[in-house]
Design a protein around this ligand. Structure first.
Ligand code: NZQ
Ligand code: ZN
Length: 365
């Protein structure tokens, strides 16, 4: 219904989970008589080299609709495929814009695409961003044209997820929310309460949805939390701090740690180091999300940060670099990569320099 009846469709998917579960066959049945091609093998943390192969198919077979069936990696990869298919130059140029939206004079049209979401985490199903891996880095790609035409969110499709991917998804959703909430106050009451609603939901359903894989209600609440956490609504007009994500991307690129796991390592330490800059919102977070009422301001902040770490750990995710075999000797390499990628003035106030990141990483060991 959402895909034009005369469309030539390319279904994109990942390493095979959607094939194995029978989802790809179901999608093909729904597509009926439309001409359908398939492109599988999009890697977790989708790699440029894989994606450009799909660009060839889009061009050679005159594909006029893309259908991403997968998690954030497949959806992000499909966003890149659609942008690169309509770009005449070297597609690597599209990795150079960072958080700046790709201007219309660089790409002014795309092949429309939809998504069938299989992993609640990134929010990619309702935003126009992607993160693409190339050589030793992960590069944000933003483009207003890269919004999905539709996304199908069926919690049942996510029942086949391994527990660790569910935990990763909860943490990713949590940190997307806090990176747009624990900054400094701007009297954005609706955005704050959206954030507090998502965080409390995650705390309520987190352990249950991991333990009870087929608990529909718990999973449905996770799916909607993940989508709402990064679709631009809670983040509209408020300061945003993507430092944990940028540091986390280097940990994935260097050591292959899953995206959600990198956030669980960086975020509690970042909060400890940045408690002064974030003081007012940390106190609000302590009160409204963790219901901490007693103690001095310092004690409340300490407890809120401790509860955050404990929540991540309660989901079975480690929060220390050393638990992944990474010691202080690796910190200079991480700092070097951040420098190489221009990540030298991060945070909601752009004053998170490499020497402060060094402190955060030292605490995270
Ligand atoms: O590849 P397949 O075989 O499908 O297996 C995947 C993959 O191994 C598996 N999986 C997905 N759905 C499944 C399933 N296994 C069983 N049943 C299902 N229903 O899960 C593994 C991880 O999948 P992936 O798509 O890599 O995970 P996620 O959704 O967490 O996406 C991570 C990527 O998204 C980027 C990250 O940087 C990373 O590259 N992000 C994208 C964002 C965005 N576009 O807005 C924001 C995020 O902050 C994030 O940076
Ligand atoms: Zn994320």
């Amino acid at each position: 219904m959402y895909v034009p009846a005369d469309a030539t469709v390319l279904i994109t998917y990942g390493g095979g989970s959607a094939k194995k579960s029978g989802l790809i066959d179901k999608v093909k049945t729904v597509l009926g008589n439309r001409k359908v091609y398939e492109f599988g093998g999009i890697d977790p943390n989708p790699r440029y080299e894989t994606l450009v192969k799909a660009v060839e198919i889009v061009r050679n077979e005159n594909i006029d609709f893309l259908l991403a069936v997968g998690g954030g990696s497949v959806i992000d990869g499909t966003k890149f495929i659609t942008l690169a298919s309509c770009y005449k130059g070297d597609p690597r140029n599209l990795l150079k814009f960072g958080f700046m939206p790709i201007p219309f004079d660089v790409v002014n049209k795309v092949v429309p695409f939809g998504t069938v979401l299989t992993l609640p985490a990134t929010g990619s199903e309702m935003n126009s961003g992607a993160v693409i891996s190339y050589e030793h880095g992960k590069f944000p790609v933003m483009c207003e044209l890269a919004f999905p035409k539709f996304s199908i969110l069926d919690p049942i499709i996510t029942f086949t997820l391994p527990k660790i991917q569910v935990a990763n998804g909860i943490i990713d959703t949590f940190v997307h929310t806090t990176e747009q909430y624990i900054t400094f106050p701007v009297d954005a009451r609706v955005q704050d309460r959206i954030a507090e609603g998502i965080l409390q939901t995650l705390i309520e359903i987190g352990k249950t949805t991991i333990a009870e894989t087929e608990n529909y209600d718990a999973r449905a609440n996770l799916v909607w939390s993940a989508t709402m956490a990064l679709n631009g609504i809670g983040g509209a007009g408020v300061p945003q701090d993507w430092a944990t994500h940028m540091i986390g991307h280097e940990l994935t690129a260097l050591f292959g740690i899953d995206h959600g796991q990198t956030l669980a390592i960086v975020y509690p330490s970042l909060l400890e180091v940045r408690r002064e800059q974030k003081r007012v919102k940390l106190l609000q977070y302590a009160k409204r999300v963790w219901h901490i009422e007693s103690g001095s301001e310092e004690e409340k902040i300490d407890l809120a940060i401790r509860k955050t770490r404990e929540f991540f750990e309660s989901l079975g995710v480690k929060t220390r670099l050393s638990q992944y075999g990474i010691g202080t000797d690796k910190i200079p390499v991480i700092i070097e990569q951040l420098k190489a990628h221009g990540m030298t003035a991060l945070s909601e106030t752009q004053d998170l320099t490499l020497d402060i990141i060094q402190k955060i990483l030292e605490r995270a060991v």
